[in-house]
Write a protein that binds this ligand. Structure first.
Ligand code: FEO
Ligand code: CA
Ligand code: CA
Length: 661
């Protein structure tokens, strides 16, 4: 008999703890409690390394010093107060306009958005997806060396969807799920490539019938490249030779390659699969794949549409090429998309590791040197990674091949303010010895990469408070990373890099590379309520900048650091922080101001500017989260009683000036 159940979706705050390992570095540091002395040691180490950089090239004024941001007139705006308004609030003298809300017709011939939620899966696959996240603006002439600030490709991630808002019926769904609904949900995920243009009146509009407009969804065919391509553990009924898969899912933040392509990062994909085998393989278990039900129950629609069977990763046939036991192994990667070639097949770069990638950020590419990229694994007690290409960067020949071979490292933050990048390389004697001591056998480097989290446990990485976005200072090369929160860190689990128990507010860490895979780090900012104090910088938060759960992070060309928040639950509904917000920091002077507050229930995530720094794009994700179906806590941006829609906000200064001035 078929099981008929109703089910509601708990889709927010979906970053499960999967790391219960006792790796050596962790054991070393747990006995060392936080003390002022440790902070001072860190400060001294960093001071010796002269942490802060000198000049940088800005948008409009040649070279200027980081510390001179304020002198340049940047940070001159009046900070926005916290609020719980159902609107986007920007400083006096600035304007915010909405473009590209979920459901906007994108591809030629795409049907109009229907406010009653009755658009079909096929409609959705031609429209802007839901839950906008990481984003980049590619000037339309960038391939020819141009820097257009009036026309370009805005490429953005669609992290997930809320069925309550996506579907006409809202509310609870019936089990087994209906295939038509599941396909609409899958089509709401992925990436949009939107060709947009600035009009004389300052509005930005889609370029009609542009050949560049593209939707990539959870069904789009993709190739696997790098060491895992063709491995036994990625062979499926769909791809018996283990070279391909379908779709990218839970695309959170992003990256931009030095050769001008877009990278989209797969974060909470593990929740979409179920494996009910008695014993799950480590490639599933260490990523928290459920042995009961997937979060969206997509697999239950398989009887209606066999294409959806792939979300059940239980071993159900005689061999891996006759079922989808390996399907989850084709997720958890960084995916490259060439926005200027709409026919290109997206590529999953397996050399960069498999985990809940939040985003990826490149160090400044230097000719004749390897490429370096950083990526965080956003789950409680997970790690920060660095990829170093085997090939050397040459602007004339740089391309995807640079991401297909190299060394993946994981970060160990030492108590004294130093750090080590630990190689996850089967050919590295130190790693091989640790793996042997731990009784962990890896058949080859592909096996290491498929089990990146396990490899990092073995290497002795430092367990972090949910690594989110990274940002690299455009001049000094310092790397900043948000650690959004970790309410499960106990006082017995503190280390200097994660110094607070029940860390509900999060912090921002930073480092500077040193010789021989070493680095020096400090804590740039402890987030929290007014009076929260960051001892290393004698910095205290005030009404102008208090916040919690930093997530999105981006350096603009002027060297200003934009910080976006992703509070959820009780932090949003009550307490000192108001709605989610975006702040901006001058990292040299440690001046921080709140620049924007988003509408009710939203997350503020994704930020980029045009090259002239006079137009900023910011994404508003999931306004009205958790509400509905017939009474929405937010009706932004359509108003009335309409359902809320994730959207992009275009921010400009009324006098046409530089954003942040
Ligand atoms: Fe999708 Fe970690 O935020
Ligand atoms: Ca995020
Ligand atoms: Ca987040």
């Amino acid at each position: 008999m078929k099981k008929h159940n109703s089910v509601s979706f708990d889709i927010s705050g979906t970053e499960p703890q999967a790391n219960f390992s006792d790796n050596p570095a962790f054991e070393q540091v747990v006995s060392r409690r936080l003390s002022r002395r440790h902070f001072l040691q860190g400060s001294l180490a960093l001071a010796a390394g002269s942490f802060i950089g000198a000049g940088l090239a800005g948008c409009d004024s040649g070279r200027s010093a980081v510390g001179a941001a304020v002198k340049k007139g940047l940070m001159g705006f009046s900070p926005v107060s916290i609020n719980r308004f159902d609107t986007v609030t920007v400083p006096s003298g600035y304007s915010a306009r909405v473009i590209l809300p979920w459901g906007t017709p994108l591809l030629p011939g795409a049907p109009a958005y229907k406010a009653d939620g009755t658009n079909s899966a096929a409609d959705q696959a031609m429209q802007i997806g839901s839950h906008h996240d990481g984003m980049h603006f590619f000037p339309i002439d960038v391939k020819n060396g141009g820097q257009s600030s009036t026309e370009g490709l805005l490429v953005m991630n669609h992290e997930y969807c809320d069925p309550t808002i996506l579907h006409a019926y809202g509310g609870e769904a019936q089990l087994p799920r209906k295939a038509a609904e599941v396909h609409k949900e899958i089509a709401a995920h992925g990436v949009s490539v939107a060709h947009i243009q600035r009009q004389p009146d300052g509005n930005w509009t889609l370029v009609e019938n542009s050949p560049y407009q593209r939707r990539i969804t959870g069904m789009t065919p993709m190739a696997l490249t790098g060491p895992v391509r063709g491995h036994d553990k990625v062979k499926t009924l769909y791809s018996p030779d283990g070279t391909a898969t379908r779709g990218t899912l839970n695309n959170c933040a992003h990256g931009v390659t030095p050769w001008g392509t877009y990278l989209t990062c797969e974060e909470n994909w593990a929740l979409l699969f179920v494996n009910r085998d008695t014993v799950q393989p480590r490639e599933h278990r260490r990523y928290s794949i459920s042995n009961e039900n997937s979060i969206m129950h997509w697999d239950t629609a398989a009887a209606e549409d066999s294409e959806l069977a792939r979300f059940n990763a239980s071993a159900r046939a005689e061999s891996a090429t006759a079922d989808f036991r390996n399907e989850p192994n084709t997720f958890g990667w960084i995916v490259e998309i060439d926005p200027f070639n709409p026919d290109s097949v997206p590529v999953k770069h397996t050399a960069m590791g498999r985990f809940a990638h939040e985003g990826v950020i490149f160090a400044k590419a230097e000719a004749g040197k390897p490429l370096v990229a950083y990526s965080g694994d956003d789950s409680r007690f997970e790690y920060i990674y660095k990829f170093v290409s085997a090939g050397l960067y040459d602007p004339a020949t740089a391309g995807p091949h640079l991401l297909d071979s190299g060394t993946l490292y994981v970060a160990r933050f030492n108590e004294d303010g130093s750090g080590d990048w630990l190689p996850l390389d089967i050919n590295d004697a130190s790693f091989a010895a640790k793996a042997q001591a731990a009784g962990a056998l890896f058949s080859d480097q592909a096996d290491v990469l498929l089990n990146t989290r396990l490899a990092a446990d073995i290497a002795g990485a430092t367990k972090m408070d949910r690594p989110e976005w990274g940002a690299v200072h455009p001049d000094s090369g310092e790397v900043y990373f948000t650690l959004t929160n970790n309410d499960r860190r106990h006082s017995s689990q503190l280390n200097s890099a994660n110094p607070r128990a029940s860390n509900s507010s999060g912090h921002i860490i930073r480092w500077r590379e040193a010789q021989g895979q070493r680095f020096n780090w400090d804590i740039f900012l402890l987030s929290g309520d007014v009076y929260t104090y960051t001892p290393q910088h004698q910095f205290m938060l005030t009404d102008d900048n208090h916040h919690a759960s930093p997530d999105g992070l981006w350096f603009d060309p002027n060297g200003l650091l934009w910080i976006q928040t992703d509070m959820s639950g009780s932090q949003l509904s009550s307490g000192p922080f108001g709605n989610n917000q975006m702040l901006v920091a001058d990292v040299s002077s440690h001046q921080i101001k709140r620049f924007m507050v988003g509408p009710v229930g939203c997350e503020v995530t994704g930020v980029v500017m045009t090259p002239d720094c006079r137009t900023m794009f910011v994404n508003i994700q999931h306004p009205g989260e958790g509400s509905g179906p017939y009474s929405f806590s937010s009706t932004w941006p359509d108003r009335g009683t309409r359902r809320p829609r994730s959207a992009t906000v275009v921010i400009s200064k009324d006098d046409g000036g530089i954003i942040g001035s």
